[in-house]
Design a protein. Sequence first.
Length: 231
Amino acid sequence: MIAAGADGCRSGWICLIREPSGEVLPKLFGTAEVLMSQEPRPAVLAIDIPIGLVEVGSRLCDLEARKRLGPRASSVFTAPIRPLLAAATWDEACSIRERLERKRISKQAWAIVPKIREVDRALREKPARQGWVREVHPEVCFWAWRGEPMPHAKKHALGRAARLDLVGKYFGPAAFRDVRVCHRKAEAADDDILDAFAALWTAERVVQGKSATLPQHPPLDSHGVRMEMVY
């Protein structure tokens, strides 16, 4: 059964797939629709993007993730509320959120709204995809992988080294390098590739029946989309 892990990148989505031989193959996809339409279809596609959105407030999975990540808690930002998907600009999104929650949306959160919107559309148009497309957060994956939160941020030299060490021990010492040489950094940054490896590690746990979710019993949003983080 093929497992895949994907992370957003400058050129769209970087997706890693482990072949039966053990080799990890990278693929770039321009949109979420193309990513989810790839053939052969993965048994599980773990993707680093919020899936399922509340109308107001915070998702339970985001809150639980922060509790577990300790020094990395700030890496989990509040997913945008669903009404913000209708906004065309950051200013419009801020106006909508101010009306509903008396606060604005950060530019960091707004920057990924287009990708959240396209994933939401792809899942809602074909609900059966929810059976094999699962949300992950890389730092939650690394927490489960290491057995405790990563002590350093991924952009810190020690943080990058610790993540590379996990990837090398599990996927092979040359795995990251072999993926890195396939695509320019202008297409996918080192961070994107490391996060995709974390997603792939989790996707394989799902296939093997070893995964768990935050929260343990994920709720559905107003459109019937599951709100969870799998690890």
